[in-house]
Ligand binder design. Sequence first.
Ligand SMILES: NC(=O)c1ccc[n+]([C@@H]2O[C@H](COP(=O)([O-])OP(=O)(O)OC[C@H]3O[C@@H](n4cnc5c(N)ncnc54)[C@H](OP(=O)(O)O)[C@@H]3O)[C@@H](O)[C@H]2O)c1
Length: 315
Amino acid sequence: MRVFVAGASGAIGARLVPQLVEAGHDVIGSFRSPGNAERVRALGAEPVALDLLDRRAVRKAVLESAPDAIVHQATALANMRFSRRFDRAFAPTNRLRTEGTGALLAAAREAGVRRFVAQSFASARYERAGGWVKTEDDPLDPDPAPTMRQTAAAMRHLDEAVVDAGGIALRYGGFYGAANDGLLEPVRKRQFPIVGDGDGVSSFIHLDDAAAATVLALAHDRAGIFNVVDDEPAPVREWLPVLADVLGASPPRRVPRWVARLLAGDAAVMMGTESRGASNAKARRELGWEPRHASWRQGFAAAYARGGARLSSAA
Ligand SMILES: NC(=O)c1ccc[n+]([C@@H]2O[C@H](COP(=O)([O-])OP(=O)(O)OC[C@H]3O[C@@H](n4cnc5c(N)ncnc54)[C@H](OP(=O)(O)O)[C@@H]3O)[C@@H](O)[C@H]2O)c1
């Protein structure tokens, strides 16, 4: 197939393009930052400069490259700093998830594109009630933390728009394995604490495994949503000390909820204490996907031990 990857120069795009080429696809890869054309070419794709928020440019790029499939992996998270104003930090990415998705879907319809796969997110989105590990059929949080309402709405919009159009939304776990992973520095500096009892559950996924599931999703006939996460959703109190240890950092601090709310805001408290993780049973069953890094326990060490993240194909 001819596959158009929007966001080919990013953390997941850079892992995905070589896997698509390896699987025999011709890849057109878009980038946003000047200077990334060579990077995309070196990955094995034909580079195209594109701002997904420029609807006419999206239409032109898609019609000219005439792909059989589109994969939307564009976010604007590089150099982002988590802050108390969660939605403000995610605002550019939220636009890519709403307007950007709309522009790509419209262009896909016009160009007769047969397959559409888009990046979504799994952790911290499901209802904060009942079991701690959720499937795709479980309800999303009907009442997200106030500072992350716009971000939750943008992800919900993407899921619905893509599935309504006959495509696939992949709810990835928290990515790890990139050299520019925003989690690493705060953990090294002990700025990422365990909040309260650290009950909030996270689901992770190694970038190579996320890319492998994406390649398989392109071959899948039916529209739908898939959690693409590893086998071990885990509370913060379990995974954070392991990550700190792998990075050679001191053990994480512990802070009461009220202190975390004051310093880091309600989204940080929610993720640290109430967030639900996700099950990968559907992706395993229906996509025939199996993560090579079945758990972050081994995966963090494989990605970060001895001198940091693998730089070869990482952002
Ligand atoms: N599920 C997750 O946990 C998750 C999801 C996404 C990202 N992240 C993390 O966030 C960090 C940063 O991610 P990243 O390195 O992929 O950077 P990023 O800034 O999120 O960029 C991702 C891709 O989107 C492109 N892009 C950005 N703005 C665009 C626009 N307006 N129009 C079209 N394309 C646009 C980028 O192009 P250029 O590179 O050319 O600017 C890049 O190809 C990484 O550590 C990553 O692991 C985590």
